[in-house]
Design a protein around this ligand. Structure first.
Ligand code: ZN
Length: 168
């Protein structure tokens, strides 16, 4: 079976879908499963080739990962402004405790309301959480609900941040 080209499917390729499984074929012929930044490094260095099985409704298709840049952006190995809505800069963040969040005083996380004055938008909470960890030492909850609402003052995001990390 000839593998198809993932690059040819463009942005529609389900790089991060739970059902997509990755196969790495190493130069010595060994085959391993899974994907991580190390696999990406090996593929870039030409030490291995990455393939993905995309299970279809009736049959599965084998794709060669021939656009490693796109693969890396999809997996967050490389930053992607388009996907995340976030520039790689120090964000101008305005925040306040969310007055509508009903947090118990003992809850380790509190709801905060955030606006980004730098023009960025949050499309990928994990990417934003990583930036906030790096820039402000915040631990943003990435599991559970978050939301956004647009108003005259711009887009407000409601997120949950670890109380202790806000105070430090
Ligand atoms: Zn920004």
């Amino acid at each position: 079976m000839e593998p198809r080209s993932a690059a040819a499917t463009g942005k529609d390729f389900p790089y991060t879908a739970r059902t997509t499984c990755y196969i790495e074929v190493h130069k010595d012929g060994t085959v391993t499963h899974g994907n991580d930044p190390a696999a990406y490094e090996r593929a870039v260095a030409g030490k291995s080739r990455l393939f993905a099985v995309w299970p279809g409704e009736w049959s599965s298709h084998l794709f060669v990962i021939d656009d490693l840049d796109e693969y890396a952006k999809a997996h967050g190995i490389k930053h992607d402004e388009e996907r995340t809505g976030l520039k790689e800069h120090i964000h101008d963040v305005r925040w306040e405790p969310n007055p509508y969040a009903k947090d118990s005083p003992r809850s380790p996380y509190i709801g905060v309301s955030i606006t980004l004055n730098c023009g960025c938008s949050i499309q990928d909470l994990r990417a934003f959480a990583a930036h906030m960890q790096e820039q402000r030492g915040w631990t943003v909850a990435t599991s559970g609900g978050w939301g956004s609402s647009s108003g005259p003052g711009g887009t407000r995001y409601s997120l949950r941040v670890r109380r202790k990390s806000l105070a430090d």
